[in-house]
Design a protein around this ligand. Structure first.
Ligand code: CAA
Length: 378
């Protein structure tokens, strides 16, 4: 049987305790008021959850990806807005520096990220480069001492609060992804600005914005990996990021199921709890089966990554199944709650909105299918 180690179970239970005691109680109010939960990130940092797989020598918790996945599911069970911030910090900002950075870059940037002193973000998407990430139009030009970046990034989770930005620019737009370079940008660099902050359907207490690079100066030592290899940095980073979004989707889905079970046992129609009607029983059975299948895919992708194996297709399968499951479960939860599920007084209304993003960001379901098909068909 595929199970967690005692250490992984301990991490899960620590995350669960923190999530249910500290994060869950304020989730609906933060969603309503679009409140950024600064104090919660301090708590997560103290527990080592902002740098889970950063080695201890660089200030992190030195844990494995599977521990990260089970912890992240618990955080997202309580509030997927808090979870996405944690996910971006770990998977999208910390990981590429750990995997591709020089020793000096790791020393400089990983400790502040892992200890939550600063926030990180991952800025790849552009107005004309979303699903087609290889068509990066942000220009990177070589100048004395480094590079000059010019362009706009959009839909950047943590954009408004990020101090450290893992980003991409193209030395040669004509050669598409083969000209792309990855950079580590600091908020304080000249030419960097946060643009429009998005008003979103869900994840309203996380923050998302445009980033503007207007003659942004990046020193040569902040090139991440080698010139023109940036697209591979971006894609390898998304392999891990997608496992994180699968974990997020599982958290949302499991919360939908648990709320539905409680409600179905309490709410009566036609003289008995609705849980005793087969129409509801089938929904519950389908929700649970899909969640458990998606969880196994997610754990397998994490285990492959821990083993140092390429997990591109497995990460996409996990993300595809978990995100579609989150949307299925959110839909069914609202259906089970009936009119109450449509009211902002009930948590399933927020879960329904939060689930929606999981099939969109870090690659739409259509992009995941494209990746899986390519790996299958060759
Ligand atoms: N790891 C390493 N290298 C990879 C790779 C991976 N997972 N995937 C592709 N590559 C390499 C290929 O081997 C190829 O290398 P060569 O040039 O040497 O041949 C190169 O990258 C180009 O690969 P493709 O030909 O497959 O590239 P493509 O242009 O067809 O695009 C794609 C592939 C999968 C569609 C990609 O564009 C993609 O993933 N699109 C979706 C982008 C995405 O997920 N964006 C989300 C942004 S993050 C986010 O959502 C923000 C947030 O804040 C949460």
């Amino acid at each position: 049987m595929f199970d967690l180690t005692e250490d992984q179970k301990a991490i899960r239970s620590m995350a669960r305790d923190f999530a249910r005691a500290e994060i869950l109680p304020g989730a609906m109010a933060r969603d309503r008021d679009h409140t950024w939960a600064a104090d919660l990130y301090a708590g997560l940092s103290e527990l080592g959850m902002m740098g889970m797989f950063v080695p201890e020598e660089y200030g992190g918790a030195g844990l494995d990806v599977l521990s990260y996945v089970v912890a992240l599911e618990e955080i997202c069970y309580a509030d997927a807005s808090v979870g996405v911030t944690m996910s971006v910090q770990n998977s999208l900002a910390g990981w590429p520096i750990l995997a591709f950075g020089t020793h000096e870059q790791k020393l400089k940037y990983l400790e502040p990220l892992a200890t939550g002193k600063v926030f990180g973000c991952y800025a790849l998407t552009e107005p004309m480069a979303g699903s087609d990430a290889g068509s990066q139009r942000t220009r990177a030009e070589k100048v004395d001492g480094g590079y000059r970046l010019t362009g706009n990034k959009m839909w950047i989770t943590n954009g408004p609060v990020a101090d450290i930005i893992v980003t991409y620019g193209n030395l040669d737009v004509e050669s598409r992804h083969r000209g792309v370079c990855a950079f580590i940008v600091e908020k304080a660099f000249s030419g960097y600005a946060v643009g429009k902050v998005e008003e979103k359907m869900g994840l309203r207490s996380s923050c998302t914005s445009e980033l503007v690079y207007d003659d942004l100066r990046v020193p040569a030592e902040n090139l991440l990996h080698t010139e023109r290899e940036g697209f591979k940095v971006a894609m390898a980073t998304l392999d891990g990021g997608r496992i994180g979004i699968a974990a997020q989707a599982l958290g949302i889905a499991q919360r939908c199921l648990d709320l539905s079970v409680t409600y179905a046992n309490e709410r009566k129609t036609f003289g008995k709890p609705i849980a005793q009607h087969q129409a509801i029983q089938w929904k519950i059975a389908d929700m649970r089966s899909r969640i458990e299948a998606a969880r196994l895919l997610t754990w397998r992708a994490a285990a492959l990554k821990d083993a140092g194996e390429r997990c591109t297709a497995e990460a996409s399968m996990a993300k595809l199944m978990a995100s579609e499951t989150a949307n299925f479960c959110a839909y069914e939860a609202v259906q089970i709650f009936g009119g109450y599920g449509y009211s902002q007084e009930y948590e399933v209304e927020r879960l329904y909105r939060d689930a929606r993003i999981t099939t969109l960001y870090e690659g739409t379901s259509e992009i995941q299918r494209l990746v899986i098909a390519k790996a299958t068909l060759g």
